[in-house]
Design a binder for this molecule. Structure first.
Ligand code: UD1
Ligand code: UDP
Length: 360
């Protein structure tokens, strides 16, 4: 079978890494990078360190407002599908790259498969929520990280077939775990001692675009008595400068450039806690036994909260600091998002669905 996989943003390179490796063992994959993320530290570094094959196409779409960015991706993806005639289009997660590919594929021949289907925040004002819901309804095959997401799709009357595969990001963590846990490798940022710092990431539009909300998050992060390290997403760096918050943040927080995947997981695994608004990082924290404080009012990964490993604190400074200070013992960890064989199950589900379609 011939699969066109579409990626574009940092978390999608991580998600595609285990699936692409598994796909290419038996099938033909054409990797399409939309160019939504293009800085070396948001894109190139992942391809190099995870040995992801060079994309067959880099569409170079770059940054922009939602409509022109998505429209340009659609136009170019359509041309690639004309040239490649795949059996399957495979998309990941909930970015504008995901939606663009889904909308193009839905009106063409190939089967559309969505990895990380069925996730919901319940917040329609979040661009990713729009992308998820629409992509799910376009898809022929919906691959979910767990039973809750599968149930959501059934309640939503999604037309595609639902298969629970587990989380491909767990496969990714397991693939690099030895490198991450290797104690002979020093921490990638000098002056940090294991368990004596907080790692933070912030990039959601809902946190960066409102100056008061962003200032409140900074107050919350600086309310702790150990160093806070924040690898800065370019959206956040731009917002801090625009809102006149950069100098204050730099005084109290270790602001660093985004780091590579293995280095990031090493920082995460050794942190006393992580404060984040990232989707992927909430799960990775769980997989690496680091308690998470989520700087959002809702989460798609509610199972981590129910398991007692993730505190949902929003943007309130006191709640953020209190959660970061809290050293209560954590409950035993349940298995939440599969057993680390999600890439295998993803490829098997695609093979089976394609075989069924051929029989019809
Ligand atoms: C996007 C996704 C978000 C995902 C995140 C992962 C959408 C709507 N959002 O958000 O779901 O969690 O990626 O990190 O698809 N920029 C650079 N260099 C780059 C890329 C971006 O400087 O290589 C700057 C640009 O100023 C750009 C801004 O970051 O306007 C935002 O980038 P964009 O891709 O639009 O959204 P993200 O916030 O990265
Ligand atoms: N990540 C990384 N370096 C960083 C910050 C994050 O490698 O400096 C990785 C992280 O381990 C996870 C992914 O990027 O695999 C998450 O991406 P992001 O938070 O940008 O997006 P989201 O998951 O929220 O969509």
């Amino acid at each position: 079978m011939r699969v066109c996989s579409v990626v574009g943003a940092r978390p999608q390179f991580v998600k595609a890494f285990p699936v692409s490796r598994r796909l290419r063992a038996d099938h033909e994959e054409v990797l399409i990078h939309t160019g939504q993320h293009y800085d070396e530290e948001l894109s190139g570094v992942f391809f190099e360190e995870l040995d992801i094959p060079e994309p067959e196409y880099n569409l170079g779409v770059g940054s922009g407002d939602h409509a022109p960015q998505t429209a340009e991706m659609m136009r170019l993806i359509d041309e690639v599908l004309d040239a490649e005639s795949p059996d399957v289009v495979l998309v990941y997660g909930d970015t504008n790259s995901t939606l663009a590919a889904a909308l193009v594929a839905a009106k063409r021949e190939p089967m559309l498969a969505h990895v990380e289907a069925g996730l919901r925040s319940g917040k329609w004002s979040m661009p990713e929520e729009v992308n998820r819901v629409l992509t799910d309804h376009c898809s022929d095959l919906l691959l979910t990280p767990g039973e809750n997401a599968a149930e959501t799709l059934r309640e939503d009357n999604a037309r595609g077939e639902v298969v629970v595969t587990g989380d491909v990001m767990y496969d990714a963590v397991l693939a690099v775990r030895d490198r991450v846990l290797d104690e002979s490798t020093p921490l990638p940022i000098s002056g940090l001692r294991p368990d004596e710092y907080v790692l933070a990431t912030v990039h959601r539009a809902s946190n960066t675009d409102d100056p008061d909300r962003l200032a409140g998050i900074l107050d919350g992060l600086t309310g702790v008595d150990i160093p806070v390290v924040l690898p800065l997403h370019p959206r956040t760096e731009n917002a801090l400068r625009e809102h006149g918050l950069y100098d204050r943040a730099a005084e109290e927080i270790r602001l660093v450039d985004p780091v590579g995947y293995v280095e990031f997981l090493q920082l995460l695994s050794n942190a006393s806690k992580v404060a984040t608004d990232s989707g992927g990082v909430q799960k990775e924290a769980f997989y690496l036994d680091t308690p998470c404080v989520t700087l959002r009012d809702e989460t798609e990964w509610i199972e981590t909260v129910e398991a007692g490993w993730n505190a949902l604190v929003g943007g309130n400074p006191d709640r953020i600091s209190r959660a970061l200070f809290d050293r209560s013992e954590l409950p035993p960890k349940p298995e939440l998002y599969g057993g680390g064989d999600a890439a295998d199950l993803t490829v098997s589900a695609i093979e089976a669905k394609l075989a069924d379609a051929a029989d019809d």
